[in-house]
Design a protein around this ligand. Sequence first.
Ligand code: ATP
Length: 369
Amino acid sequence: MTFDIAVLPGDGIGPEVVGEAVRVLERVAELSGGEVDLRLEAFTVGAGAWRRSGEAIADDVYASCDAADAILMGAAGLPDARHPDGREAGTDVIFRLRFGLDLYAGIRPVRLYPGAPTPLRDAGVGIDYVIVRENVEGLYAGRHGGSRVEGEVAADTSIVTRAGTRRIAETAFGLAEARAEDGRGRPPLVTCVDKANVLASYAFFREVASEVAARHPEVAFEAVYVDAAALYLVQRPATFDVLVAENMFGDILSDLGAGTVGGLGLAPSADVGDAHGLFQAAHGSAPDIAGKGIANPLATILSAGMMLDWLGRRREDHAALRASVWIEDAVGAALRDGSGLTGDLGGTAGTVEAGDAVLRALDAVSAAA
Ligand code: ATP
């Protein structure tokens, strides 16, 4: 099947890590014998584009993203490219796409691969859960709002709607069911993370999520306060399957989760809605290491794998699903034998070497399949 992919390398390490993900995608397309046909087209976005044209994402680029089957992104934003009010200009890209294309679900898998470092030692064994973050409501919905009074008081408003909570909860239950079908070997569980004991909006979030849970009796459901969740994700992370949370809580917990499985260099993510999907690493543009050839490309490569999984499920395309499994297995193999370990993971591979390691592993996993 043919898929049109809009590629947005962006700023900082974005072009470096996307370059490796593109090489991996081109290789799986080749290994599929033409069954997976990816038409990749790159567009300029981010702080660099903003400096040149005053826009972090031009209207025609936005339209191309809207028209594409999926979007693969590096990272956008540089600390010194800012609007007069202090907000980073490059991050307009992700907000415009997230809100414009209604990418309401942030899917953040947290999985500990053998060979990747974890600060948790024994507790790290068996970490394999997904955080489903509500992406367009919650506290961050007020990004362009909020108020200040006389330089003395500031306030933001959190927005939680029934429709928004219902669809994110449905996404979480759908994912738990899909994971169970994929044979994860344990019963499906959705954990609602909130602060229902303090704020009305979170109590409402829990209430709506519980209603959705009642429609999915085959999936176990629990609700946990966010402070307890932060504790449990460190103490007993292997007991979780799918967590669903309001925007800000999902944002924070997914970095915590990434920290337990090797850091941001191994944290992929997907922002998906009913009609569109954007795939990028959870990390930012990392200007401190940009241009040095040392950035870890694995999170972006894993995000590209998630893209094929999403496309494959949507279009019922077996070849895309198989290619996605190859990518995940190849990253696993490159970590296990150490060849894909970059500096942030305690290894010596550079960005391109880590990409090469995944390409070699891809040849092996696809041949064995
Ligand atoms: P943003 O706010 O845009 O998410 P940030 O300022 O929080 O970005 P990052 O750009 O993600 O942060 O970088 C945080 C730290 O993690 C930096 O020290 C950076 O070098 C490191 N880092 C991020 N991504 C990678 C990567 N792919 N490989 C190696 N190190 C990385």
